[in-house]
Design a protein around this ligand. Structure first.
Ligand code: FES
Length: 600
């Protein structure tokens, strides 16, 4: 493993956090802190405190410790989450950091979301986890919280909940997996998963080989090894300033990952002492910094949804037109899979997100505060350390002059759609194509490999009813497979359009998040086989070339396919979920709920 790139990878106290007298802090005598916060309501505060402390004694803590400020640690360990296998070790390290800094660490469990273990999709449960996280932070007596998470939806859910709760907060991520070696080739989840699956579908490798590959794709603890959604969200967390500087890309199994967790415990206590909350860290400026980094790293399309939802918890709008403005002026600097040859462990060795931030410095808001107590500008004052410019390109020599993501608007997507142009084929950027339509995931599965399917390489595959309001709950199904007969003829990419999402580990000319989605009455649901669809990345357009009168006729004869749920969380989800351009959060969880504003 190469040397840690920055002189001090997580300088937690370079600028010590002075208490802010204007804010409630555990330094002020009149504010209840530690286990005296948020007393259970018995109608007698002194009794409630006495009862709480007597119960806490049952856990074997000393009187001295029980009087200390409390740092809660949200643990997401679960045996249904391979990416979080290292969480117990990280929680232990956070506790060590809190204790050494003079606080009482108290771990508590929340929901954990293992990407591939959830049905119908992990996004469906993200808001449930955010509610759990928010209410457990608010409902339990803690002065600060450390969030330990990693897999795709986990970090967004934790930050959404923590923003609504509003305490001093530090995020710790589990870190990425290491790659493995197989038959002389380097493999890492999960771009290579898709590459080999495509080979299998094309008949290039047999059953025995794909089974061997299956055993060599994910071989350590940690999140997917490429710039997928988990790695993107870790990178954005560093850009937001909510994890310690230099810690986003440290591999899950590296000792520095444990040291970062220890330093995070101390940092959380320092934030509590200073009265610095998550609302001081995640601001309109730091959200814009995160968007810049998202564009520069060619990050996951899912991150747009998650960042919109996170910012929405602080009442900060993320506008897709603004995304395009930023995209026009933010070059792509990082070349990890799925677009390039590198993995997250290479980014760490190359200088990490710190190296990316340093290159982007002229474009960033440098006065944003980070959880280390220093501003972003102060962080970037020091020397860059070692930077491998093969992995992190200089600003003057970017991989691409414009950002990795672009929003398209038009008659097919009145409220926008997203294209990851960094992972797409530029030959398809200005095109008009014939639509081949699949009305649902079931229809797609039933017909995509039908030898009689009327499909050509220059067609656009269209998937309907896979958006937030559909029965499938917006799965990562936007990476429609190339029809088998075309795959076997050597076709590697086609224009694909849907209201679904796409895994951050996937690639291709794929237009996603078409909003409004088909299930809420959007024009995507009115597309028919043979219609012409026009895409222009240059003009930021996505248009259905069908007369308005014809669309109205179709609308009258085809009611949207909406999912019904009589009870439980599914019922809440169906009633409250917002569309992709609003982050798919629940309306009532926004900083400023909008009432019934989600519709198409
Ligand atoms: Fe957890 Fe990929 S499955 S990050």
């Amino acid at each position: 493993m190469a040397a840690v790139p920055e002189p001090a990878p997580f300088p937690s106290t370079r600028r010590s956090l002075a208490p802010n007298p204007a804010k409630s802090s555990i330094m002020s005598d009149d504010t209840p802190h530690g286990l005296s916060r948020g007393l259970t309501n018995y109608g007698d505060r002194d009794f409630a405190r006495y009862l709480r402390l007597s119960m806490a004694r049952a856990m074997g803590y000393s009187t001295d410790l029980l009087r200390k400020p409390v740092v809660g640690i949200a643990s997401t360990y679960s045996e249904f989450n391979n990416c979080h296998r290292g969480v117990p070790e990280l929680v232990t390290a956070v506790k060590r950091g809190v204790l050494a800094a003079g606080g009482l660490p108290l771990e508590f469990p929340t929901i954990s979301l293992g990407e591939v273990f959830l049905n119908p999709t992990s996004l469906f449960f993200r808001n449930l986890m955010a509610m759990d996280t928010e209410e457990m932070i608010r409902g339990q007596p803690m002065d600060a919280v450390v969030l330990v998470g990693g897999c795709d939806k986990t970090v967004p859910a934790q930050l959404m909940g923590a923003l609504s709760a509003g305490l001093p907060t530090v995020q710790v991520v589990t870190g990425p997996m290491m790659t493995s070696r197989w038959r002389g080739e380097r493999l890492g989840a999960c771009t290579d998963c898709r590459r080999f699956w495509a080979k299998y579908r094309a008949g290039e490798i047999d059953d025995a080989t794909i089974e061997e590959v299956e055993g060599n794709l994910a071989t350590t603890a940690g999140t997917c090894a490429v710039m997928g959604t988990a790695s993107t969200m870790a990178s954005l967390a560093e850009a937001l300033g909510i994890i310690l500087p230099g810690t986003a890309a440290i591999p899950a199994v590296h000792a520095d990952r444990i040291r970062a967790a220890e330093a995070s415990g101390a940092a959380a206590l320092a934030l509590a002492r200073a009265g610095t909350t998550i609302r001081d860290i995640i601001t309109p400026k730091s959200v814009e910094n995160a968007l810049r980094v998202l564009l520069a790293i060619g990050g996951s399309t899912n991150a747009i949804i998650h960042l919109t939802a996170i910012a929405g918890r602080a009442g900060i709008p993320v506008d897709l037109h603004r995304l395009n403005e930023l995209s026009d002026t933010t070059p792509v600097l990082v070349d990890l899979k799925p677009t390039g040859p590198f993995y997250m462990e290479d980014l760490h060795a190359a200088g990490g997100i710190g190296a990316v931030l340093r290159e982007l410095k002229p474009l960033l808001h440098l006065d944003c505060l980070t959880v280390s107590g220093e501003t972003l500008g102060q962080r970037l004052e020091g020397g860059p350390g070692h930077v491998d410019h093969a992995v992190v390109r200089p600003l003057a020599e970017p991989l691409q002059p414009q950002g990795g993501l672009v929003a398209l608007f038009g008659s097919l997507a009145p409220r926008g759609a997203i294209l990851k142009r960094a992972a797409a084929d530029p030959k398809l950027f200005e095109t008009e194509a014939r639509a081949v339509v699949f009305s649902s995931l079931e229809d797609l599965a039933a017909r995509i490999d039908d030898p009689d399917l009327d499909v050509r390489p220059d067609d656009a595959l269209v998937l309907q009813n896979a958006g937030p309001l559909s029965p499938s709950g917006m799965p990562e199904a936007g990476y429609l497979p190339i029809p088998q007969k075309l795959a076997r003829a050597g076709v590697k990419d086609m224009l694909r359009i849907s209201d679904a999402r796409m895994s951050g580990t996937a690639y291709g000319t794929i237009v996603l998040h078409v909003t409004p989605d088909a299930a809420s009455g959007g024009p995507l649901g009115l597309v028919r086989d043979g219609d012409r669809i026009r895409v222009s990345v240059r003009e930021r357009r996505l248009d259905l070339m069908v007369e308005a009168a014809e669309l109205e006729r179709r609308r009258a004869e085809t009611p949207p396919v909406t999912a019904q749920a009589k009870r439980g969380y599914a019922s809440l989800y169906r009633r409250e979920v917002l569309l992709a351009d609003q982050g798919c959060d629940f309306d009532f969880l926004l900083e400023n709920p909008q009432g019934a504003a989600r519709g198409g």
